[in-house]
Design a protein around this ligand. Structure first.
Ligand code: SF4
Ligand code: SF4
Length: 383
């Protein structure tokens, strides 16, 4: 492990990598990724965050980073997909597969992925924390932690029961701080109380805080014309006490160049910037119809093959379109329905909602999507 893996507070999140085909999350553009990895390393950053379920990401980082840089020059984090595991034996097999995929002998940081009520129960049943401690004693993981997606009350229970947890990955951004479903602020306070270092995920809320409504962007640009909306969000998260790393899921070289520029010599937000960000948050909240982060955790479970995050993204864009007569999202929607299930194909089985870390009421929201994009057949139209 590096002397100080947290010397610079920006980590390369590998969930949304550059793609050759935007409809295939596993078709990663390795050439672009390699160039991005090189820029990241050249500029003195060294923290990479992958996971078993980030389609093809562990293998891609093996080829673009692990095989090309000395092992002690970077920090690599991965995660155990407890939600996809049902036996203790499978736990071991998945971990071995991850080492192989990533081409390493150990992970610097290894997290129990997506701890929530259900996954915590599974972890208890499978003695997962003992398994992780065993890996640590064997030197196969250097630091043991969790990534967390539930309320502050459960987090208190988990951290009290497992003092072996050394680090935590929390969803923190200026929009979710007081969100009653995400509880960013409350969960952060629990982690602080237990003196656990915090790594931040979703500082941009799945890109929402990079492409903010015009009014909010105007506020940011009036104060500093050169600072991107993304930079405000990442600096907000990185400035919190106890936050040792902020992950940004970069998928283009432009994002890489922008993020590494302002995080090179990180400066926390000042009081005036905090005031502006509050004002911007109110504008953004009023404009978002569906706060989906496009994580894709709901996708594998859908028996109707409904591309839930794609539809939510189109819906959000349509809701922000002022022109009532022309909105290109309609065409995109119709294109998608030729390959995937329609929003109205949802059979309300609820499987997706169980996996949604944002606790979205997906079934109801898909009804809104269907209303917005699907023209009812004549016999379904009311008079
Ligand atoms: S509730 Fe609807 S969208 Fe969700 S998994 Fe079931 S069919 Fe798919
Ligand atoms: S609906 Fe939920 S699980 Fe699905 S992509 Fe959006 S945030 Fe992720």
């Amino acid at each position: 492990m590096m002397d100080n893996p947290f010397a610079k507070k920006l980590g390369f999140g590998l969930m949304r990598l550059p793609l050759n085909n935007p409809d295939d999350m596993t078709d990663i553009d390795r050439k672009t990724l390699q160039n991005m990895v090189d820029v990241f390393m050249e500029r003195g950053f060294s923290y990479f965050d992958t996971a078993y379920v980030y389609g093809g990401s562990e293998e891609a980082i093996r080829e673009t980073l692990v095989r090309r840089y000395p092992r002690d020059s970077f920090t690599l984090t991965s995660k155990l997909p407890i939600f996809a595991i049902s036996t203790e034996e499978e736990q071991e097999n998945v971990f071995q597969e991850q080492l192989q995929r990533a081409g390493v002998d150990y992970f610097d940081i290894y997290l129990l992925h997506n701890v929530n009520v259900e996954n915590y129960q599974t972890a208890q049943k499978l003695h997962t924390f003992s398994f992780l401690q065993q890996l640590k004693s064997e030197g196969k993981i250097k630091t043991l932690g969790i990534s967390y997606h539930d309320n502050a009350e459960l987090l208190e229970e988990v951290l009290s029961a497992h003092p072996e947890i050394e680090i935590i990955l929390l969803q923190i951004n200026y929009l979710d701080w007081d969100n009653p479903d995400i509880q960013s602020g409350k969960c952060y306070e629990v982690a602080r109380k237990h003196q656990i270092p915090v790594i931040v995920m979703e500082p941009l809320k799945g890109g929402t805080l990079a492409g903010v409504p015009k009014e909010a962007e105007k506020l940011f640009r009036q104060y500093n014309p050169d600072a991107s909306p993304a930079s405000w969000a990442i600096r907000y998260a990185a400035g919190l006490d106890g936050v040792v790393m902020v992950l940004s899921g970069m998928s283009t070289m432009d994002q890489m160049l922008d993020n590494t520029a302002y995080m090179q010599n990180f400066v926390p937000l000042n009081d005036e910037e905090h005031r502006i960000i509050k004002e911007a948050a109110a504008i953004i909240t009023a404009n978002i119809a569906v706060p989906c982060t496009t994580c894709g955790y709901c996708l594998d479970t859908c028996p109707e093959n409904i591309p839930i995050p794609k539809y939510f993204s189109l819906y959000n864009n349509k809701m922000q379109t002022i022109d009532l007569f022309y909105y290109p999202q309609q065409q995109y929607y119709e294109n998608y329905t030729k390959t995937y299930g329609k929003a109205s194909d949802c059979i309300e089985c609820g499987a997706c909602e169980e996996h949604c870390p944002q606790h979205l009421k997906i079934v109801d929201l898909l009804k809104d999507v269907a209303k917005a994009f699907e023209i009812p057949a004549p016999h379904e139209q009311t008079e």
